[in-house]
Design a protein around this ligand. Structure first.
Ligand code: AHG
Ligand code: MN
Ligand code: MN
Length: 341
């Protein structure tokens, strides 16, 4: 049963905008468009087993990864909705080789560009586990009135105006962060609105869950292996061994980390010196959300949000989540001598 006042995403962003007299409402309107794309993708995800959209598309994307049908459908939906938006100058997507700058006059006069991972956790699509859409919004640096340029998309995460994700899990939620706060909105399916359900999300400073693909351990650095031993060590008074949870969908694993605390890692290893996850589509938006909620995010030596991107599809190692857990992991990873405790 629904209780209390229902605050829709729209109402919430309008109220927030009123706190800033100089705000024009363009960001709220852009967010409404992203939420609309999320609802369209959600509609397909919810009946995926009944329509012919499970399985592989038969193409590979720019990163050499096999595309699933839902990757393509989600990508097309976002590109289409944002093209029709009056507040988006262009987009860059994990599934596209290059950025797309929209040519119409409305778009050329728009202040913002959007980057997205249209469907995160592709390997989970066919097994009905959580998947998501991740998005980032930057204010463009190119001249207003002209088409946007690649430089608009190669800004560090510290310049983000907003970022968020939509998780298609046991319910569908949009989690949306500005520098000030992180709020979660659950899709009320009968009215088709995202409604405020998780106001002012804060990541606990400590956690008891570590999350990574532990099958890669043999390829990890000695420091990383030592940290995993620390997580598995029996130290009852310190709450160890920690639990290990790994969905294999960054959105799913990070959503849990945001709510319950913990650490999520995709470190470098011998075969992938930059890890697997993409700076602009996955790590920056997630780092922005987690840091706005009081957590931290690092590539091992540097705050993720401080990295200057040099190309659209670059990858970075990532350690993200509860502040104290990330700090502890970095102690091990950066120790010149292997730490034993
Ligand atoms: P995508 O589906 O957008 O390609 O992203 C998959 C990513 C991420 O969601 C997840 O954390 C990671 O890949 C899982 O990788 P492994 O299967 O190597 O663990
Ligand atoms: Mn992804
Ligand atoms: Mn993806």
């Amino acid at each position: 049963m629904l209780q209390g006042k229902l605050i829709t995403l729209d109402e919430f962003t309008i109220q927030e905008t009123r706190k800033f007299p100089q705000a024009t409402g363009e960001l709220s309107s852009l967010l409404r468009d992203i939420a609309l794309a999320g609802k369209v993708i959600n509609k397909h995800v919810r009946k995926a087993g009944l329509s012919d959209i499970l399985g592989k598309q038969g193409n590979t994307n720019v990163q050499g990864e096999e595309q699933m049908k839902l990757d393509v459908l989600a990508n097309d939906t976002l590109i289409h909705v944002l093209k029709n938006s009056t507040d988006c100058a262009g987009i860059a997507s994990e599934e596209n080789d290059d950025h797309v700058s929209y040519e119409d006059t409305f778009s050329a006069n728009s202040k913002y560009v959007v980057l997205f991972d249209p469907l995160d956790g592709s390997s989970n699509i066919d097994v009905n586990a959580s998947i998501g859409t991740i998005f980032s919004i930057y204010r463009r640096v190119s001249e207003l009135g002209k088409q946007c340029t690649e430089a608009d998309f190669l800004q560090p995460g510290s310049k983000l105006m907003a970022a968020g994700y939509i998780i298609y899990g046991s319910s569908t939620m949009m989690v949306y962060a500005t520098k000030i706060s992180v709020n979660g909105f659950t899709l009320e399916p009968t009215i088709g609105e995202f409604c405020l359900s998780h106001p002012n999300i804060r990541v606990p400073e400590n956690g008891k869950i570590y999350s990574l693909n532990q099958g890669n351990t043999v390829k990890f650095s000695e420091g990383m292996k030592a940290y995993l031993n620390y997580c598995m060590e029996s130290k009852k008074e310190e709450g160890r061994p920690y639990s290990h949870r790994y969905i294999g969908s960054m959105v799913g694993d990070l959503h849990r980390t945001l709510i319950k605390g913990g650490i999520f890692m995709y470190p470098a290893d011998k075969s992938s010196p930059n890890g697997k996850l993409r700076l602009q589509y996955e790590c920056n938006p997630m780092a922005f959300i987690v840091e706005a909620a009081g957590g931290s995010a690092s590539n091992g030596t540097q705050d993720i949000l401080d990295i200057q991107p040099t190309e659209l599809h670059q990858r970075v190692p990532v350690f993200i989540g509860s502040k104290n857990m990330v700090a502890k992991a970095l102690e091990f990873v950066n120790a010149t001598e292997v730490v034993t405790q």
